[in-house]
Design a protein around this ligand. Structure first.
Ligand code: ATP
Ligand code: MG
Length: 553
């Protein structure tokens, strides 16, 4: 059993309850603010669930805001993917905004700061600026450009905006406190020159605001009341509040930080995920081994399972690493409840029932789900030749092996008892065909006379089975923390067996028309879904998760 961390507490909701009760706030509005520089991953799912479900709980709004203030790394492809992932998770935003929608407003705010004497144009080089910044132990030094007049600053900033200066030659900085113990407050850069066109604003701008400046202003402008973000922004909160306060807003938003979701054996960094894609280590952002939401969707993880998972890990301020097994158990719970049952043989071995009449077939009716009669029944063909799993036959079995071996009798699920009478091998000694006899009186797999069999095998009829390719996935990394780069970069931690492709697998005949996204529990094997690569001529399935936890074994 995995340890289930059941957390009913949500400190963010406690804060909101308190503020609503005291009248400090009367509304709840949140936003989910991804930067469109990659696909969303399981970590983002936590933020999405928190942002949207908080708004939902209090009857407020949650908007999608694409934080596109850094044009050099962003792309519209990502915008569409982000929207698709949020919708898949089951959330609906009230509005879609872009941080770049506010560039005019943010620019006016910069002018306002300059006019208040709270921002200045600085000509230090990046390296000089680093030297002047000081360290955690030592205060920084004021820039020699810090005391420029308001007029000079306004003039220089306008000329920066007009494109008169090259990239990196000057920046606009907030004038706060070079001696602050919080380095973030030491006259941070708020605008930089970048002669780059932007996917929303084109070539209108050659100066772009920094994230720390745009973010609070966007929140305030949208009238967000709670700006929920991850803990690494805790140090930035005083700066967030400083901007809000200096510009002045009637309803100042409040930033609240929660712990990031870290999952063992997974990479949750867009930058590193991008490398996996660019270096062809995976087949794309939606490779079923990726911790991206599109990868998990393709792998067959139900959105409900991802939401349940986020709910189970709870919302707290303590950073921790969550075991991947917990996510898998959430996936299993949802699929166990909903996935229709079927039989498939992944590594087939032919069995001939010697005493079953040649040419005869019969149809066996079995239930689609043991707990859901309303899911109905399906028909499975039985015939003289069937396939079983290679691993279900041994010539010379160890003790406690209850499957098929010479002289042993097993139950063929839902069909008959069958007893192994002989087998054939090829020149290398590999078993090619197993011969059995069946007991006609055991129809339905029921014992006719009280005699017992210990093994029950899944099987498919050679008469009508369909071929399929099955992709067996395992974790992409062998290291619990793939980002630990002490032994070289993270690609040294890859699991060489993360994908095993089996072709010539045999599915029961009723599955011949399955389509992308269909899910099944294959008896004794696990949960599977039809992959997008599947065509009517070539069925391709992904193993979503095994029946029992194999994690960490
Ligand atoms: P990455 O490091 O993968 O690039 P990011 O934090 O830069 O992620 P953003 O697009 O800026 O990604 O994130 C959008 C929102 O998702 C932010 O509010 C961020 O705090 C949140 N988020 C990102 N990663 C996680 C995580 N692992 N757990 C919880 N929330 C996260
Ligand atoms: Mg980011």
């Amino acid at each position: 059993m995995e340890e289930i961390v059941k957390s009913n507490s949500n400190f963010i909701h406690d804060i909101i309850d308190e503020e609503l009760a005291s009248g400090k706030n009367t509304r709840v509005q949140t936003r989910f603010p991804p930067e469109p520089n990659g696909y969303l991953h399981i970590g983002h799912a936590k933020a999405i669930c928190i942002d949207f479900s908080t708004a939902e709980k209090y009857g407020g709004e949650c908007n999608l805001r694409l934080d596109d203030s850094n044009p050099s790394k962003e792309d519209v492809e990502y915008v569409e993917a982000i929207k698709a992932d949020i919708e898949w998770l089951g959330y609906k935003w009230n509005n879609v905004y872009y941080a770049s929608d506010y560039f005019d407003f943010v620019y006016e705010c910069a002018i306002k700061l300059i006019e208040k004497g709270k921002a200045f144009v600085c000509d230090l080089t990046a390296e000089e600026m680093r030297e002047y910044r000081g360290t955690l132990k030592e205060p920084g030094k004021n820039s020699p450009y810090r005391d420029r007049s308001v007029e000079e600053n306004l003039d220089l900033f306008r000329r920066m905006t007009a494109g008169e200066f090259p990239d990196g030659s000057r920046v606009l900085r907030a004038k706060i406190d070079m001696a602050s113990p919080n380095i973030v407050m030491r006259d941070p850069v708020i605008y930089r020159i970048m002669h780059v066109s932007h996917h929303q604003t084109g070539d209108k701008w050659c100066v772009y605001p920094m994230y720390d400046f745009v973010h609070p202003l966007s929140d305030a402008r949208e009238r967000v009341t709670y700006s929920l973000c991850t803990l690494e922004f805790e140090n930035n909160r005083p700066l967030y509040d400083w901007f809000i306060n200096e510009i002045g807003f009637e309803e100042p938003p409040r930033q609240i930080e929660f712990a990031r979701l870290n999952l063992n054996y997974c990479l949750t960094s867009k930058r590193k995920c991008l490398r996996l894609v660019q270096d062809n280590i995976v087949t794309g952002w939606d490779d079923p081994r990726m911790a991206t939401l599109c990868g998990m969707r393709r792998r067959g993880y139900p959105a409900e399972a991802v939401r349940n998972f986020v709910d189970k890990i709870g919302v707290s301020k303590a950073n921790s690493v969550v075991d991947y097994g917990l996510l898998e158990s959430c996936v299993r719970d949802v699929l166990n409840a909903n996935a229709p049952r079927a039989m498939a043989v992944i590594e087939p071995l032919k069995v001939v029932i010697d005493n079953y009449p040649e040419g005869k077939t019969e149809t066996i009716t079995v239930e689609c789900h043991p707990d859901h009669p309303e899911m109905g029944t399906r028909e499975v063909t039985f015939s003289r030749e069937i396939y079983i799993e290679q691993g279900d036959f041994m010539i010379d079995p160890p003790k406690k092996y209850f499957r098929l071996y010479p002289g042993n009798e097993v139950r063929l699920k839902g069909a008959y008892f069958a007893k192994c009478v002989s087998y054939e091998t090829d020149e290398n000694g590999n078993v090619t065909v197993v011969h059995c006899t069946y007991d006609e009186a055991s129809k339905g797999g029921e014992s006719p006379d009280g005699r017992k069999v210990k093994g029950t095998l899944h099987w498919v009829s050679a008469d009508d089975c369909v071929d399929a390719e099955i992709r067996l996935y395992d974790r992409l990394f062998n290291a619990e923390n793939p980002s630990d780069e002490t032994n070289g970069d993270f690609t040294t931690n890859l699991n060489p067996d993360s994908l095993v492709v089996r072709t010539g697998c045999k599915l029961e005949g009723g599955l011949k028309d399955i389509k992308e996204g269909d899910v099944f529990q294959f008896m004794r094997q696990g949960y599977f879904c039809v992959d997008k690569d599947s065509t009517p001529d070539r069925i391709v399935l992904n193993r979503t998760v095994q029946l029992n936890s194999s994690w960490g074994k």
